[in-house]
Design a protein around this ligand. Sequence first.
Ligand SMILES: [Zn+2]
Length: 83
Amino acid sequence: MNPFPNGMVWIFQGQAYQPLGTREYVGRSGEAVTLIDWTSDCAECGNEFPVSTTLRFEYPNRRCDDCKKPRVRVRRRASKVKP
Ligand SMILES: [Zn+2]
């Protein structure tokens, strides 16, 4: 079931996320949390990829699985190059 209005898009740091629906997820603690499933365009290759977040929308994936760089975050501004 999709509780979100058709065509709704959430913009996070310039990246568009379209909600598909919500689902219950039971974590290791046994506590049930509600996750939101989204679809977005990868910040790297532009391909559509699935994203899940909590209701608080914290730290959503910016890249698809193919472009995943676990320790590299998408930056809004160019970062200083380390020597
Ligand atoms: Zn990608």
